[in-house]
Design a binder for this molecule. Sequence first.
Ligand SMILES: [Zn+2]
Ligand SMILES: [Zn+2]
Length: 433
Amino acid sequence: MKALIHRGSHEIGGTLIELTSGESRILLDAGYPLFLGGKPIERDIARKPAKELLELGVLPPISGLYSWDVPGFDGIVISHAHLDHYGLLKHVHPDIPVYLSAGTKTLIDVTQTFNKAFNISDPYPINARLFEMYKPFSIGAFTVKPYLMDHSAFDAAAFEISAEGKTVIYSGDFRGHGRKPRCLPSFIRQATKHADVLFTEGTMLSRNDELTPSEEALENDIIAELKDKTGIALVQLSSQNIDRVVTFYKAARKLGRTFAVDGYTAYVLHRLHSLGNKIPHPSYSNLAVFYPFPQGGIFGNQLDPKYAMMFHPYKITKQQVEERQNKLVMVVRPSVKSYLERCNLTGGTYFYSLWKGYRDKKEQQLFDNWLKERGIHDVYMHTSGHARVADIKLLIDGLAPKNIVPIHTLTPDALSGYSDKAVTKDDGVAFEV
Ligand SMILES: [Zn+2]
Ligand SMILES: [Zn+2]
């Protein structure tokens, strides 16, 4: 078996790992990069034609992968629904099967639906094959076994891949301090020991200044912050980060407040809840749905109108937001500023619950200033979606692989400080497993 990291050996995101065995070729993740030339990638670059993206290096030169090529891969396995792991599917040949979990597929569908409705981008076809966690499946000469992992993307997976009597383990993105902390020890217990290669994410090897409280600790911090406070609680989070949505939902419930989500968040919760799990649904008694412009119109006209009707019984109006502001925890983002302007808010608390690096954007700063002018108190409430170095160490010690290749990190060499099995690889250089 051969392995080749096309991207990710020395950067965070944009992960692409190729494995070959005889005639069989598979790709682990098809990630869109977060960085270009060492700088965060500009948003509008994604709209450029594929030819330019190839020249820029956004699309690495990989034969048999892209839509204009003769398909040369038996399959692509996607670990989770973050663009830095699936964003290149847009350019992949539509005949190549793409293996993913139901939760990952649903989140990609939701993103495609909303990007179309908001005129951001057109949907692209995905030759999807759903896998179930812990149930091995075959792709050509390979057997792939997925494991549920704790990460800030819902239904994220790690994989154990075997062929020719060799075994490769790919951690995907993971952590041990989210809402499913048992996933990590259970993965360590169940996965094959002494694998030939472990590809482990190493995001935090270079982000050691970031705090990593557990989601449960965040829940308690939110409760402590709001316990004796009046006024509205606003929270800015990623609506697809279900762990975080659940953290704020649970805190709201314990505080006797209603958790008010915008139509988009309600739609994400509804779609995932429909897969059959315990994710809170908009119909729950302590949940309410509001429609900031232009979401109301988009739900009515562009998405299936049944969704607009479905959430109608749980709708909260601007007037109700004003009346009940002391009893709400409300999901917001800079684009809902004009909606909030008409809710006559009198003070309150605003939780910024995203990575700090996003906070410099102009629209965000206008929103921050607006909140400040209204005397709304600002609280940072976040934790990383990535494994603490101690948890990477736990994984390494527990699985005892023969070789460890760090991926999804700026500082792969740092891993050699934790294990003498660590080997740094370069992008584009194949090696024998
Ligand atoms: Zn990632
Ligand atoms: Zn991720």
